[in-house]
Design a protein around this ligand. Structure first.
Ligand code: TYD
Ligand code: MG
Length: 467
């Protein structure tokens, strides 16, 4: 028999190392590597003797396609991110920080589905039945026919699920509490989590049940995070939000049966999560005509336009290295915008601290936000407020040119709907709608925009004198 060597597995990303290390080279996280027994096997029954294979029937590419049948919850923000409802026979992972609202949203979905005469089973491994009942009462879901179990053993769960009528939806809360008899490691380790998830996925494919798995994002590496099973499931949603704020965003990260750039927006209330049909109103904050440094970005999230306020504060610094503090945007992109402002527009920020914040704790990943960020920075530096009824979008290239972005018409339509009558956008934008009362200013380059905001740059002069 081959000599068994211990291996070290990162509990965050699953990378296998031969030696222990403080930092995982796979994902860059610290203290996430723990010793693991490789003979425990990943996702299979290691102690069983290999059985002789059985031939499976081969088929052709043409033929009937069963349309992925979906079960809709009627909670439209949730149905949107799943791409039109839970898909039968698929496994969906819902990840997020502890306490963000995963159990809440899934209990609401479970109640909604059972009211539509679907058989829903909720398996809680974290909370006792009484706790889950308490939450259900709070959510007004106690009268629904959701079936409940508090169980963590994979074999017991599977045995329970295969009894009686086949369920339409099974929720496993959470994968980190699952443990299987066939592996030796402790619950929460990569091996246990993967084995449990594998078994649940197999159940989903075999029976055509939609399985929803909950996974906590863990900061310390002691238990495996949802990332170690992302590649195994059909769809991955992440629940995000700031504890200081009431709203929560459900974001699609992976979806084999739908789009991956959708978001669903919810607001946490004392009766559970409420859908937010018009997210722009949430992220806009209080608009003030007089305060410099705020620009409204007309963004897109998947198929949906979202307006959000970008706030910048530029202040002279006494430090040798000025501060760059950013919340909700990419720091590399900010450095790029600062460099372009300096190189092409004569706006020097080397002696200034720069603080950038996206209102409401929202996170922007679109390059189209460049123009709004640049406008907010220049506005703050010049001490001149931007027009309160103006939106900005466009990508800035290193040469200082403003490049067109997609979905111009949709962005402008949303802006008009929310009472904005002006827009600064890239020139050569296609699909520009016939101007219905709004004033669209097409900008070719960043220097043009700076001149427009700072009024032939007079307002920026004090800054230029400083170096
Ligand atoms: P929960 O769904 O238990 O989080 P997770 O499963 O992601 O760990 O949500 C817990 C938080 O939500 C907790 O801080 C209380 C809050 N909450 C409300 O504000 N209103 C409600 O109606 C419910 C059920 C929870
Ligand atoms: Mg929970």
């Amino acid at each position: 028999m081959a000599k068994v060597r211990t291996q070290f597995v990162c509990q965050n990303c699953g990378t296998v190392h031969t030696r222990w290390a403080g930092k995982c080279e796979g994902c860059g996280e610290w203290n996430t590597i723990i010793e693991d027994d490789p003979t425990a096997g990943i996702g299979g029954g290691p102690s069983r003797a290999p059985k002789k294979g059985r031939p499976v029937a081969l088929t052709t590419l043409s033929g009937d396609i069963e349309d992925a049948p979906r079960i809709q919850t009627g909670i439209s923000e949730l149905d949107r991110v799943t791409g039109g409802g839970f898909v039968r026979g698929s496994a969906l992972l819902v990840g997020g920080d502890p306490g963000i609202g995963k159990s809440t949203v899934l209990m609401q979905a479970a109640a909604a589905l059972s009211r539509r005469n679907h058989r829903v089973i909720y398996v809680s491994g974290e909370e006792a039945v009484a706790q889950v009942r308490l939450r259900a009462q709070r959510l007004g879901a106690a009268d629904s026919d959701v079936l409940l179990a508090a169980e963590t053993n994979v074999e017991d769960i599977l045995a329970t699920l295969s009894e009686g009528k086949r369920p339409d939806l099974v929720i496993i809360d959470s994968i980190q509490t699952l443990w299987s008899d066939i592996v030796d490691s402790a619950p929460g380790t990569v091996t246990q989590v993967r084995t449990g998830v594998q078994a649940m996925i197999r159940f989903a494919k075999q029976t055509g049940t939609a399985v929803v798995l909950v996974g906590h994002v863990t900061k310390e590496g002691q238990i495996a995070g949802p990332r170690v099973v992302e590649h195994m499931v059909d769809a991955v949603l992440y629940f995000e939000g700031d504890r200081g704020h009431h709203y929560r965003i459900l974001r699609t990260v992976k979806n084999r049966f739908g789009p991956t750039d959708e978001i669903g927006v919810f607001e946490m209330s004392d009766k559970g999560l409420r859908e937010v049909a018009n997210p722009s109103e949430l992220f806009l904050g209080e608009r003030n005509e007089k305060s410099p440094g705020a620009a409204v970005f007309a963004g897109m999230e998947g198929t949906r336009p979202v307006l959000v306020e970008v706030q910048a504060l530029v202040a002279p610094t006494s430090l040798g290295t000025p501060r760059r503090a950013i919340v909700g945007w990419d720091s590399a992109r900010l450095s790029m915008i600062l460099a372009v402002l300096e190189a092409h527009c004569g706006v020097r920020l080397g002696q200034h601290d720069v603080y950038l914040n996206i209102a409401g704790g929202y996170r922007i990943s679109e390059p189209a936000a460049d123009l709004a960020v640049a406008s907010a920075l220049v506005s703050s530096l010049a001490g001149l407020a931007l027009p309160a009824d103006c939106v900005y979008f466009g990508e800035v290239s290193l040469s200082g040119a403003i490049r067109p972005v997609a979905h111009t018409a949709q962005r402008l339509k949303e802006a008009e709907k929310l009472g904005f009558s002006q827009a600064v956008l890239p020139s050569a934008s296609t699909e520009l709608p016939k101007n219905g009362g709004g004033r669209w200013s097409e900008m070719e380059s960043l220097p043009d925009l700076v001149a427009r905001i700072a009024g032939s740059r007079n307002a920026l002069r004090p800054a230029e004198h400083e170096d």
